[in-house]
Design a protein around this ligand. Structure first.
Ligand code: CO6
Length: 477
């Protein structure tokens, strides 16, 4: 804090603050000045990445609450990440300028806070209005917003239940994994004092049918006319009246990001290449490794092996780990293998990536994948995890399906979709039919820079590693 005439200029308080598991985002410059008995306009600052607007996900405070510096005020969702906005003042909340689900613009007032301790501060955003500008300084910046990992964990259904029963999730003792608040915890918290808002269960659909009308056949058929087939019209099914109404809502958050990315992807002329992998040996290998990894506290699926094998094959086909510029005039061969994986999260489809896979062991990849899944489940994947991917995989088979046509994520040049592993009959070397574990892979590549033969050779090498997992040992670094 530096004194400047009657103004106190805050230079990021104690500088950027660090919390365990937090990531600081670049903060838009602001100036503050001390005045007595005035409200602070707390502006939503620039959270980087060119983000101009965010959606309010959840308020952690209400009017009248007392807050301290760095207390969480609310959670906002940009089209890239979920960000917790924290207070930079001690004081009392006087006004929340948005409701949950509203879109808030950066540079506009988010909350009004009456500061305590006899000192009231006034904030000016870069593009906002200031009552005085004598305290400006270019190097005054701060980092007051964090992507924080310690928010109360709960599923959307539990959040909804808490909201309907006007309970703050932070007041509830969570009994789930890592303190996650479960439905039972809410019920216990309510302790029978209040009636839980019941879920509205729609009545089962009823279909009323009626007997088909008997065909009316005229007794007097003219002798000259051809015999006529009676027209039997099936009875109309009586549908119950539709009670609900169509709902139209703006496309926001993650889905809005998907609109942008997938629209940009339309500019890429892709080709598809499909093959099947005999996973029989890998299924056995995974069964053994799953137990070993669990002993070391890590859930082990097939993905870490798929991902490592991709990286090992990419070493021989670096063009598949490249990116092209918007006009496709330059190609950049990426040094790091940052392998993205499509993730089905409660917020929608996200593609976080595992950085530097070329330098990680399969166990380390499994461990990082576990971390990304926990962040994804909690809606906490941040910019760090979601940017910088160089090649992607989509394991749609963990949900179902055999083939897919994955869409390349620009500026990457290739992506693979994995189908469900199925037990299918195949011929062995003696011509006998045997049961094998088979998985289909569907590759898409940017045909402007990738030839089909390159994709086929890459796929063959990847397939060879998976069909004989022990062969990976020879090439592991
Ligand atoms: N076959 C059979 N069994 C599978 C498979 C396949 N392909 N994949 C996973 N599993 C098993 C896995 O081994 C686990 O088994 P157990 O350990 O015995 O319980 C279990 O299914 C659950 O696996 P989990 O999903 O938790 O973990 P995994 O590492 O395999 O996958 C994930 C992580 C983040 C990829 C996954 O959870 C996920 O979100 N998958 C959906 C991805 C998605 O939405 N893709 C669509 C993108 S759009 O591609 C697209 C072209 C269109 C269709």
């Amino acid at each position: 804090v530096r004194q400047s005439g009657r103004y106190t200029v805050l230079t990021g308080r104690n500088g950027p603050q660090s919390f365990p598991g937090t990531q600081h985002l670049p903060y838009h410059r602001f100036q503050t000045s001390a005045k007595l008995n005035e409200l602070v306009n707390f502006y939503l600052s620039d959270i980087g990445e060119g983000i101009r607007e965010v959606q309010i996900k959840e308020w952690y405070v209400k009017v009248g609450d007392h807050v301290k510096q760095f207390d969480a005020l609310c959670e906002v969702q940009s089209d890239k990440a979920s960000v917790t906005i924290t207070s930079r003042y001690d004081g009392t909340i006087k006004k929340l300028c948005y409701d949950v689900d509203d879109i808030a613009q950066t540079g506009k007032v988010l909350v009004e806070i009456e500061t305590s301790g006899g000192k009231t501060l006034e904030e000016r955003s870069d593009d906002g209005q200031s009552s005085d500008n004598s305290s400006s300084s270019d190097d005054e910046s701060s980092s007051m917003q964090e992507i924080r990992g310690h928010k109360v964990l709960a599923t959307p259904a539990v959040r909804k239940m808490a909201k309907e029963n006007k309970i703050k999730l932070s007041d509830v003792q969570g009994s789930g994994k890592e303190g996650r608040v479960l439905k039972e915890d809410i019920l216990r918290h309510l302790g029978g004092e209040r009636k839980v808002t019941p879920e509205i269960v729609p009545p089962p659909p009823t279909v009323q049918t009626q007997a088909p009308p008997r065909p009316q056949i005229s007794p007097l058929t003219p002798p000259t006319a051809l015999p006529q087939e009676p027209v039997v019209v099936p009875p109309k099914i009586q549908t119950p009246p539709v009670i609900g109404k169509d709902v139209t809502e703006p496309i926001r958050g993650i889905r809005r990001a998907m609109v942008k990315t997938m629209t940009a992807a339309q500019a890429i002329p892709p080709f598809g290449y499909y093959d099947e992998i005999d996973m029989t040996a890998l299924v056995k290998f995974r069964r053994d490794m799953k137990v070993k990894a669990l002993e070391r506290g890590v859930k082990f699926s097939y993905m870490p092996v798929f991902i490592k094998a991709v990286s090992m094959a990419l070493r021989h086909f670096p063009i598949l780990n490249s990116s092209v510029d918007a006009k496709c005039e330059n190609i950049t061969y990426k040094a790091s293998h940052n392998i993205g994986l499509a993730m089905d999260t409660k917020d929608g489809l996200l593609v976080p990536n595992i950085k530097n896979v070329q330098a990680l062991t399969i166990f380390e990849i499994a461990s990082e994948l576990n971390r990304l899944q926990v962040l994804g489940d909690a809606g906490k994947l941040g910019t760090e995890e979601l940017t910088g991917g160089t090649f992607s995989l989509s394991n749609i088979g963990s949900i179902g399906g055999t083939y897919a046509r994955p869409v390349i994520l620009p500026p990457e040049v290739a992506i693979g979709a994995l189908g469900r592993i199925q037990t299918l009959p195949r011929f062995d070397e003696n011509g006998s039919v045997v049961a094998r574990h088979i998985m289909a892979v569907s590759w898409s590549a940017d045909h402007r820079v990738i030839e089909g033969a390159t994709m086929a050779r890459f796929s063959n090498m990847w397939k060879a590693y998976l069909e004989n997992p022990t062969s990976m040992i020879l090439d592991l670094k």
